[in-house]
Design a protein around this ligand. Structure first.
Ligand SMILES: Cc1cc2nc3c(=O)[nH]c(=O)nc-3n(C[C@H](O)[C@H](O)[C@H](O)COP(=O)(O)O)c2cc1C
Length: 211
């Protein structure tokens, strides 16, 4: 008995030679992804806010988060200059302003003004938090790595990693002290030009590690 599927049922490709499909499926497969909604401040004090869905958590203790800037963008430049950023949780209620905050505007234009969101002073870093977001992480940058391919060629993408130095959680999301992921209304990015997902109690199932 063979476990190899018949060739005609599998679409295989080598990304460097093209995917042969109407849309690159990569983002849709590695998804839905949490959104790194990142606020930063320039050395002259200009505020910036932008979403990054090539984002995730990479360590527990100390907590480290990271995201990829595909191209050198204002967020990357501000973090290179100041070493600080804030991660803000994007929820269903904040989906529209989160999306508006990706507008390609000059560095001196604040996405806080553009979206009408309220900057809330942070406690350990200079960039403000999004006051409307129920969970925020104040972060100090630990590493900024320019990515490279297997050929050793640098690509114009930078992975920005930062240690979370302060966490703020709306107490309404703490049920008997346990963070209520299913109740918080997280939004996640799928593939294509417009796909997003929410998570709620319907998606929750429990499975414990084998002992
Ligand atoms: C949901 C969402 C996710 C995004 N993810 C990324 C990402 O992972 N990396 C990236 O470089 N741009 C991403 N973008 C695009 C940036 O948000 C956009 O280029 C923005 O203008 C960058 O802002 P900045 O120059 O103020 O940093 C995303 C946009 C949206 C709406």
């Amino acid at each position: 008995m063979t476990t190899t599927p018949p060739l005609h049922t599998v679409h295989s490709y080598e990304p460097r030679s093209g995917h042969g499909l109407p849309h690159d499926p990569f983002n849709a497969i590695v998804g839905p992804r949490p959104i790194g909604w990142i606020s930063t401040q320039s050395p002259t004090g200009a505020l910036n806010l932008a979403p990054y869905s090539f984002f995730n958590a990479f360590n527990y203790v100390p907590p480290i988060v990271g995201f990829a800037s595909i191209g050198a963008k204002d967020t990357l430049r501000n973090i290179e200059d100041t070493g600080e950023f804030v991660w803000n949780l994007a929820t269903r209620a904040l989906a529209e302003p989160m999306n508006q905050s990706c507008a390609a505007v000059p560095p001196e234009v604040s996405e806080f003004d553009l979206t009408g969101l309220t900057p809330l002073p942070s406690t350990r870093v200079r960039p403000p938090r999004v006051a409307e977001s129920p969970v925020t992480f104040e972060c100090r940058s630990t590493q900024i790595l320019q990515l490279q391919g297997i050929d050793g060629e640098k690509v114009p993408t930078w992975l920005i990693l930062g240690e979370v130095v302060a966490v703020h959680i709306d107490k309404a999301l703490l049920k008997d002290g346990v963070y209520d992921t299913a109740g918080a209304g997280h939004i996640l990015r799928g593939g294509g030009p417009a796909d997003y997902f929410t998570v709620g109690p319907e998606q929750l199932f429990k499975m414990y590690r084998p002992r």
